[in-house]
Design a protein around this ligand. Structure first.
Ligand code: PLP
Length: 378
């Protein structure tokens, strides 16, 4: 039974030390994976489209319902490669939400293109389709909705815009491994889906990423872009065919080690996602009548939502004038619950050093409002 008195005022913390000890750290290591890693190490076959990379790429693409999976070093180069494979180049515009990790926008800059910042929906906090439509110009070459914190951007409306305009959609699904939208795996709906498997992600190998696509030609381009020009299935030192003239290729290869960690993690993903989803629904039920707070909305047509974070929005009007969001965080920390503040607008991030002419802000009122002033992420 929780203490009536808040811990910050001297009451007993709601999350006791004993309860805290039952929590597992993330990611969760296990002996079977450790054994498989040792086998990879002893095999001396550590990279270059080895059998574990092929196994994981196939299994993850199948899991999400996509024809091709192209495994890479991280979820930043997957975005860059996706834009590159779609022919994005200097002078083009790429629409991105203003409330995301900066990599979504930076991916456009690596190709000399201009990210165009568009606002997010007030409920899902994902890219707003109507404002996206308004932001389209003759230079727009791609749209990147982000399934923020596991909520799912409105893929029906983005795909309708794509059909009308011919502009391809890249899903940035870095936060949404295992999510399902109207029966389809997240990341398999747009022209290309991009995932990150960085340390904190719900499917993680420390670093790693993958692009998904149903399009054979784009799959071939993605593969060559990440593999210094080699085609899929070609052995090291034995290129059977070269990349198309002018297609600049990189070394964005992933490792056999990370592929093994991910294949093992993938076995658990379905059950873990279902559990997170059920827990989030339970908590949402408990919090629904608490005045002044609301949860980030689930994807409107989500069958399964893969929660990367649980995001709570605090209505500043419901707070006493002298109470700040930081005060709430401090009080929650005293109860044993440490939470973050989500993302601020990407163009205000400390690491965002683009000159003003290198990006365009189309709309950002909601992004500004939800940023640090009223967002808590658990
Ligand atoms: C929304 C989003 N997109 C892209 C990335 C980039 O992924 P990575 O860190 O694997 O490069 C991240 C990383 O956290 C992210 O949160």
């Amino acid at each position: 039974m929780a203490s009536e008195k808040l811990a910050i005022n001297g009451g007993k913390p709601a999350i006791t030390e004993a309860a805290r000890r039952t929590l597992k750290p993330w990611p969760i290591p296990d002996e079977k994976t450790a054994e498989r890693l040792k086998q990879v190490y002893m095999s001396g076959n550590w990279s270059f489209n080895g059998p574990r990379e092929q196994e994981f790429s196939r299994k993850f693409a199948d899991y999400c319902g996509s024809r091709h999976g192209i495994f890479m070093a991280n979820g930043t180069v997957t975005l860059q490669s996706a834009l590159h494979a779609l022919g994005v180049k200097a002078g083009d515009e790429v629409i991105v939400p203003g409330n995301t990790w900066i990599a979504t926008a930076m991916a456009a800059c690596y190709l000399g293109a201009r990210p165009v910042i568009v606002d997010v929906e007030p409920d899902t906090l994902c890219l707003d389709p109507e404002q996206t439509r308004d932001a389209i110009t003759s230079k727009t070459r791609a749209i990147i909705p982000v399934h923020l914190f596991g909520s799912i951007a409105d893929m029906d409306r983005f795909m309708a815009i794509s059909r009308e305009t011919g502009i391809p959609v890249i899903e940035d699904a870095a936060h949404a491994q295992g999510g399902v939208w109207k029966g389809r795996g997240v990341g398999s709906i747009g022209k290309i889906g991009s995932f990150s498997f960085q340390q904190s992600k719900t499917l993680s190998s420390g670093e790693g990423g993958i692009c998904l696509t149903d399009d054979d030609e784009i799959a071939d381009k993605l593969y060559r872009i990440k593999h210094i020009g080699y085609g899929s299935g070609q052995r090291q030192g034995q290129a059977a065919s070269g990349p198309a003239p002018g297609l600049v290729c990189h070394n964005f290869r992933g490792l056999e080690f990370t592929a093994v960690i991910l294949t093992e993690g993938l076995r658990r993903l379905k059950a873990q996602t279902a559990r997170r989803d059920a827990n989030a629904r339970y908590l949402a039920g408990l919090l629904k009548d608490v005045p002044g707070i609301s949860l980030q909305a689930r994807g409107r047509r989500a069958n399964v939502q893969s929660y990367y974070m649980l995001t709570v929005l605090v209505d500043p009007k419901a707070l006493k004038p002298d109470v700040t969001l930081q005060d709430i965080k401090t009080a929650l920390a005293a109860e044993g619950l440490h939470c973050g503040s989500g993302y601020g607008p990407d163009y205000r991030h400390m690491l965002w050093n683009l000159p003003r002419r290198a990006f365009r802000i189309h709309s950002s009122a909601m992004v500004e409002e939800t940023s640090n002033r009223r967002m808590l992420t658990l």
